[in-house]
Design a protein around this ligand. Sequence first.
Ligand code: CTP
Ligand code: MG
Length: 227
Amino acid sequence: MEYDVIIPAAGSGTRMGAGKNKLLLELNERPIILHTLEVFAGEPDCSKMIVVIQPKEEKIFREMTVGSPYEKKLAFVYGGAERQHSVYNGLKAVSTGIVLVHDGARPFIRRPVIKQLVSEAVRSGAAIAAVPVKDTIKQAVDHEVVQTIDRSSLWQVQTPQAFRLPILQQAHEWARAEGYLGTDEASLVEKKGDISIKIIKSDYDNIKITTPEDLYFARAILEKRAQ
Ligand code: CTP
Ligand code: MG
């Protein structure tokens, strides 16, 4: 089934502390964002990659991708102050019935997961990638433990998140009207409350490159995959 993917890439990388957008940092001598784009570039069902960028970085992103084999699949859209605003802007460029949202900062997503997400979104409307929580999770107030949360029902959520287009559009419009800000797309759909969201088990190595140590993990993942 054909789909467009919105790739938010308009962040500042504050937690990485590199003094620039972390997606421009290199892994194997190529910017992180190119690793992410290449995954979807190789997906025949992906018709368009809508990359959401900051206006001041447009030249860099265009120059990085000009002449690439997937140039025709690319569309650039300007982002907003928060990730949610960036995705909202990206939604306006979608022209397929199924839409995926995938963080530019997750270059290690595997194709079978993408395929399962798309199938599930077609079938039920909304599907997200996630992995079971491995650690013991405790709730605390002022560094004092309140309780241990039963982790058997807990999932650590990733992207991609896949939706039938009207479901995500309506959830975003609802969030805008309510002034609700979520940390992922599914939370908007959940809060709006009228459809169930399915989980597709993903991989622990689909990390979001966020803090400096994630670059070490990222290099190790690349090395392992090259073997
Ligand atoms: N993003 C975006 N628009 C924003 C903020 C974030 O498109 N206003 C994108 C980032 O570029 C990233 C993804 O959303 O690909 C996930 O965000 P995050 O990991 O938080 O990246 P940053 O916001 O760049 O990092 P930080 O929060 O540390 O500043
Ligand atoms: Mg952020």
